[in-house]
Ligand binder design. Structure first.
Ligand SMILES: Nc1ncnc2c1ncn2[C@@H]1O[C@H](COP(=O)(O)OP(=O)(O)O)[C@@H](O)[C@H]1O
Ligand SMILES: [Mg+2]
Length: 332
């Protein structure tokens, strides 16, 4: 039996660095159960340096060798598979994937193009609309100027409460709720400091539903939807997602949806999976508002912490994450 060297990357440069460090523990635990996998965990720090647990720096060369950076003559270790266990830049954004593609290194997850399109909340919505997947009313902007200001105010006049979102962020960073009677201009400016584009949406009063989509035994799977329950006084903020004081709860199998609503979610998830060429895994998030299903967003590398929904919904769908990851790696 030959051993596969698996490069497990975590950390990264985004606000979700710490979340990735939690997700990677789950991955390590699953991978450690395979005797033919050798896992090499490397953390990408906020400056983009690749470091191991002892602080030693590495680089992955064009021949797929992981080499110590400051050790002349280090023969390095040939990597067989990479896992970019990173939420946000540079792992969920397609950047690492581009490099893996360039050096022909097999890796887990969506390709660079799909990652990029799904990470950008605006391109995701454009695709959703084109694929016939309902999503919240929106407009978007490339520049923060007076024309943008007046268009945002006009949108607010039409829809009342709105949401201002930086296009390329996650974990609710750069996502601001603006009431109908508040000025959106300050947070609009702030959102532009976080991303090159800004999305404005109608604020819904939704139930938040999500599904795991993945491949198992070579077959595409959509789990039964789960639900995030957040107190009505807030929304699913960074704190509600990760703080121990969070009052949000999750339900792995949602109750009281109509069969039609479940079917719509499954149909939408299927259209998005194939239309956007999603590969291996994603968590697709929906809103249910006034009886209707809307896409919220696609997470191509969803959280895998102890409280995360992706593996739980997968288990509830009859598949273990460990078996799933083993299959993926062996079939790459
Ligand atoms: N149009 C909307 N109406 C109501 N709430 C929203 C809307 N968009 C986002 N939210 C709230 O903000 C949270 C974060 O937004 P989301 O687009 O999922 O960004 P992130 O990638 O940061 O998770 C959602 O889970 C939801 O609670
Ligand atoms: Mg979200």
């Amino acid at each position: 039996m030959t051993t596969k060297n698996i490069l497990l990357l975590c950390g990264g440069g985004s606000a979700e660095h710490e979340v990735s460090l939690r997700s990677v523990k789950f991955f390590e635990e699953c991978l450690s159960q395979f005797s033919d996998f050798r896992t090499i965990k490397i953390e990408i720090d906020k400056q983009g340096q690749w470091v191991d647990g002892s602080g030693k720096r590495y680089l992955l060369d064009g021949k797929k060798f992981l080499r110590a950076f400051e050790q002349d003559g280090d023969p390095g270790l040939k990597i067989d598979v990479a896992i970019p266990c990173i939420h946000g830049y540079p792992g969920e954004t397609g950047d690492l994937q581009s490099y893996f593609e360039m050096i022909h290194l097999p890796y887990i997850g969506c390709n660079s193009e799909t990652s990029k399109m799904c990470f950008n909340k605006i391109t995701t919505k454009m695709w959703a609309t084109a694929l016939g997947v309902e999503n919240t009313p929106y407009i978007f902007f490339s520049e923060n100027n007076e024309i943008t200001d007046s268009k945002v105010l006009e949108f607010q006049k039409t829809y009342g409460d709105i949401v201002v979102k930086a296009s390329n962020q996650g974990s609710s960073v750069g996502c601001y709720m603006v009431a109908a009677n508040e000025s959106p201009l300050k947070v609009l400016k702030e959102a532009f400091t976080l991303s090159p584009f800004v999305l404005i949406e109608k604020r819904m009063r939704p139930r938040e539903l999500e599904v795991s989509v993945y491949e198992f035994d070579g077959k595409f799977q959509v789990s039964y939807p789960g639900e995030i329950l957040t107190p009505s006084t807030t929304f699913y903020t960074y704190e509600e997602k990760y703080s121990s004081a969070s009052q949000s709860t999750t339900m792995v199998k949602v109750e009281n949806l109509t069969p039609d609503q479940v079917q719509t979610i499954t149909d939408y998830a299927t259209k998005l999976y194939h239309g956007l060429k999603i590969r291996h895994l994603s968590r697709i998030d929906f809103f249910l508002d006034n009886g209707k299903i809307y896409l919220n967003e696609i997470n191509t590398f969803p959280g895998l912490t102890s409280i995360s929904m992706f593996p739980k919904m997968m288990e509830a769908n009859g598949h273990s994450f460990k078996a799933y990851i083993g299959q993926l790696i062996n079939n790459l």
